[in-house]
Design a protein around this ligand. Structure first.
Ligand code: HMG
Ligand code: MG
Length: 285
């Protein structure tokens, strides 16, 4: 029996690779994205127009965007922390962008050198210009359960930032359990608070698998109405400013899980397995 559509938003080429110690050549990133383009994704996050001093691994983002073979029906996305990054993303002709904030002050400072309020001020002109150009903007909220600097994060704090980003024009809010500290209970408590201010259909779960609970957290989210999940092929990932943030939940595992439950993802599992193999090789496994 079909339970209807469920989408995986592939973040491997960005969230996955940003944390790798080895300097990954542009050609390898392009090959991975080109393989992912064959899998049936509607959205692939490929790049990040951030300061190369902060995240050296994303320095070649413009070259990556220029070299990939774009497939019709796929939106190629990139992170933009400020106007400078947004302008670079426009030049690289990304199809959609993402601004990224935090529910905790500690992570906001360490990750983007701004308080939560300052970060929202920086995002405002980006969102305003994107609206005029009809470029979709996704909004991330990090540390939705726990922060590596501030400890436990209150569901109300997550709801407040999600509400603001949604009101500013983000079409979807991706909720990041950045260090994988969430449990089905804490994820559910957080989602119940966020769902009061942003409809479940506009939320995505972005779960890192540090403690092996990402799949259980996806199940808890499904039961609360979420139908979009971020994942990284091969379980690539981590965040350079979140010590202990292991990989994102693996796309191929999420796809197998959702399909077994009866959801339609539109993805080709064989292509995902091939891409996962490429990702593991890139990581030197
Ligand atoms: P800052 O040092 O406060 O910035 O960094 P600034 O405005 O003072 O500028 C300092 C220098 O950076 C200047 O260059 C700027 O031109 C340059 P200089 O004059 O010294 O040569 N600069 C830039 N260069 C390229 N692109 C830009 C850019 N902006 C300024 N966009 C800043 C502030 C936000 C730039 C910095 O903190 C930064 O880049 N942070 C990014 C950190 C990051 O990418 N973290 C990982 C992504 S978040 C994540 O992974 C979590 C997520 O997956 C969800 C989850 O898991 O929870 C999304
Ligand atoms: Mg992440």
């Amino acid at each position: 029996m079909s339970l209807g559509p469920c989408e995986i938003f592939e973040v491997g080429p960005r969230d996955g690779l940003q944390n790798e110690a080895r300097e990954i050549p542009v050609a390898e990133k392009v090959a991975l994205i080109d393989k992912l383009s064959q899998a049936g994704f509607r959205r692939i996050e490929c790049a990040s127009f951030v300061s190369p001093k902060w995240v050296p691994q994303m320095a070649g983002s413009g070259e990556v965007m220029a070299a990939i073979k774009r497939v019709d029906g796929v939106r190629y996305a990139a992170l933009t922390p400020n106007t400078k990054g947004y302008e670079a993303a426009l030049e690289a002709q990304v199809d959609e962008i993402a601004v990224f904030g935090s529910a905790s002050e500690g992570f906001s400072q360490k990750n983007i050198n701004a308080s939560i309020a300052e970060s929202l001020e920086r995002f405002a002109p980006v969102l305003e210009d994107a609206r005029h150009r009809d470029i979709p903007v996704r909004g991330y909220v990090s540390c939705v359960v726990e922060c590596p600097y501030d400890g436990a994060v209150a569901p109300a704090a997550v709801a407040e930032v999600a509400d603001k980003l949604f009101a500013m024009g983000c079409y979807e809010i991706s909720l990041g359990d950045t260090i994988g500290a969430g449990t089905p209970d804490s994820i559910a408590r957080m989602l119940l608070a966020v769902r009061d201010v942003v409809p479940a259909g506009r939320l995505a779960g972005h779960y890192h698998d540090t403690n092996g609970r990402a799949m259980a957290n996806i199940d808890a989210s499904l039961s609360l109405g979420l139908r979009v999940f971020d994942a990284a092929v091969g379980g690539l990932g981590g965040c350079p400013y979140a010590p202990g943030a292991a990989g994102n939940v693996a796309t191929e595992a999420v796809n197998a899980h959702l399909t077994a439950l009866g959801y339609e993802t539109g993805l080709d599992q064989a292509v995902l397995e091939k891409a996962a193999e490429m990702a593991r090789t890139m990581r030197g496994e």
